[in-house]
Design a protein around this ligand. Structure first.
Ligand SMILES: [Zn+2]
Length: 606
């Protein structure tokens, strides 16, 4: 179901638009029709034409300020110009109401709005058009008519370069058009246009398409498909549900920046840096399992606070610890069930996640709910400092693990986190309802365990009490052992926003890094001759005490410098999960069930 068109001239494009009027108005006159013109790959320019049906004379058009990431990104910064005309081609007045909203007058008989927008943000959260491909998070480039956001939408692409095809989970119409029930569903559908590779498979009655846009030597389609089979079989089996007929995996393995994964109701777009993929191939299964599980958790099992989506400002939610963090917990169980990871890998990752939380001083000052609310600050380097914030991914995943163990304990092994998800799927998702953030999770956990779990939510979800790990792990015969490691210490903390540069957040006082002249706020361009990016944390983890580190930085005033110093060392608390001295048969049975995400006693016979 892909389409290709010859490159059209400007004259041809005008004809296209004229023809488009007739086609589009006949079968779906009430729809908002978009034409996305791939006009200039070299300059990354896209032209958008919106055909509004007849209606009220004044229409407001809104471009989203955020989408995909919980960060206000003000996509309007990329809009070069906006104009409008009526059906006879006469210019209509366009008035800017605020930085992201425009008003058209005289549109009672319908109108055509046209604007040019720059698109060069790589990765699954962005919109990018260049001479290699186009990838669109449509919310980044498509304005919506405020009075018709809930009405049907039709979109087509024009001037697609020769040899390029379109891949999208959107429903396909004749003439290369695609449709969606409303704007929210339209922008929940990523679009890849280019010369990609494609594969598909069936599993348990579902049809899966796999689209890969990458260098052929950087991946193996057969291995990828084999992994996907395992992930989708394990996930749909675990949830005992498959709320779709078709699902699309869209992968990029870029040599440059732009990593991440973005969930959608019927698809996911995932980008992993090719070098990172080569060194840690197992991370692809883990990102994939996480994004796939999102089709339930967050897309269908959805917190009320994310609905309706407010495209004009932040949607504040306390639930990301669950919607993101517990999605990672579910991904762990999916990987364990499918044999993609084993017990020792799982327990090592778990212990390292505990270390990550315990080493951030902010675990005593910022709760999982507060971290969810503050997601909107994550674009700022200061906010990412260990003394300022924790990660709702990190703590949320651990809360998923401990809540699961608490439910197993309270229900004598008859319920688990899986039953929480299934309960929420039945009682919220399948009924078209949204859950009331943490209270909704608590309600589900108490319903499946028949126990009061208020203490868990008060202390660890809303509160910042230290988590007594061993109280939770005892039930499965494990104990957390604290140790000390001497680790390399380069003398600074650096972090980056999803596609931003690596920024120095803090420099240790008295360190070699400080003596070399590194300053908080500096942008790191290169570490040991390698461009700073997604793979830099691996580069840093390979350092040993005594090594020389060479860092190219640009200071806030713009000057570039190369700094060199000797890596120091420091003691760091580390954790390991070990078997308890004596493990009872009960603990053994619970461990076996836990490692499969199963309950100990089947609740019914099927
Ligand atoms: Zn996620």
């Amino acid at each position: 179901m892909s389409h290709s068109f010859a490159t059209a001239s400007v004259a041809r494009r005008i004809l296209d638009l004229a023809a488009f009027f007739c086609i589009a108005l006949a079968p779906s006159y009430a729809a908002t029709n978009y034409t996305i013109v791939l006009s200039n790959p070299e300059q990354h320019l896209v032209e958008v034409q919106i055909l509004l049906p007849e209606g009220s004379p004044q229409r407001d058009l809104q471009l989203s300020v955020w989408n995909a990431l919980y960060q206000v990104r003000d996509f309007a910064q990329y809009v070069n110009w906006v104009r409008a005309k009526d059906r006879a081609g006469r210019a209509l007045a366009v008035r800017e109401l605020d930085k992201s909203r425009w008003q058209i007058a005289g549109a009672q008989a319908g109108a055509v709005i046209e604007y040019q927008i720059f698109a060069d943000s790589p990765g699954p959260f962005g919109a990018q058009f260049n001479s290699r491909h186009a990838f669109f998070n449509l919310a980044q480039i498509l304005m919506y008519p405020v009075d018709a956001r809930n009405g049907p939408m039709v979109v087509r692409f024009s001037q697609i370069p020769q040899g390029w095809h379109v891949a999208t989970p959107l429903a396909s119409l004749p003439e290369g058009r695609f449709s969606a029930e409303n704007y929210d569903k339209l922008v929940d559908s990523p679009v890849e246009i280019g010369d990609f590779k494609e594969s598909d498979f069936e599993e348990g009655g579902g049809r899966y398409r796999v689209i890969v846009d990458a260098e052929p030597g950087d991946y193996d389609m057969e291995k990828l498909a084999a992994m996907l089979h395992k992930v989708v079989a394990a996930a749909t089996g675990w949830m005992d549900d498959r709320p779709f007929d078709n699902y699309m995996f869209l992968y990029h393995f870029p040599r440059g920046p732009g990593g991440g994964g973005m969930e959608h109701a019927y698809s996911t777009a995932i980008a992993v840096n090719a070098e990172v993929l080569a060194k840690t191939p197992e991370m692809l299964a883990s990102v994939t399992a996480h994004e796939f599980f999102h089709l339930w958790n967050v897309k269908r099992i959805r917190p009320q606070t994310l609905e309706p989506v407010d495209y004009t400002r932040e949607n504040y939610t306390r639930a990301l610890w669950f919607s993101e963090g517990c999605t990672s917990t579910a991904a762990d169980f999916i990987e364990l069930r499918s044999g993609l990871i084993d017990e020792s890998h799982f327990e090592q990752e778990l212990a390292s996640g505990i270390g990550e939380l315990e080493r951030r001083p902010a675990h005593l000052t910022q709760s999982a709910e507060e971290s969810s609310l503050d997601a909107w600050l994550e674009g700022n380097a200061y906010y990412r400092r260990p003394e300022r914030s924790i990660s709702y991914y990190n703590k949320g995943e651990l809360l998923g693990i401990t809540l699961d163990l608490a439910i197993r304990e309270a229900s004598h092994g008859q319920a688990s986190l899986r039953e929480v998800f299934q309960w929420m799927n039945q009682n919220y998702a399948k009924k078209g309802r949204f859950f009331p953030d943490s209270d909704g999770v608590r309600e589900a956990a108490e319903a499946v365990s028949h126990a009061d779990l208020g203490w868990f939510f008060a202390k660890y979800v809303a509160g910042t009490e230290e988590i007594p790990w061993n109280d939770f792990f005892r039930g499965v015969g494990l104990r957390l052992v604290e140790g000390k490691n001497t680790i390399a210490d380069a003398g600074f903390v650096a972090s980056r926003n999803f596609d931003g540069p690596m920024t120095v957040a803090a420099v240790t006082a008295g360190s070699e890094a400080e003596r070399a002249g590194l300053q908080a706020g500096d942008t790191i361009m290169e570490i040991n001759g390698k461009l700073a990016g997604q793979e830099s944390s691996q580069e840093m983890s390979r350092l040993s005490p005594g090594d020389t580190i060479t860092v190219k930085v640009r200071s806030r005033r713009g000057g570039g410098r190369e700094l060199k110093w000797k890596v120091g060392s420091r003691e760091e608390i580390s954790y390991e999960l070990k078997d308890m001295e004596k493990i009872t048969a009960e603990q053994r049975a619970r461990r076996a069930a836990w490692l499969k995400g199963d309950v100990e006693i089947p609740q019914d016979a099927h």
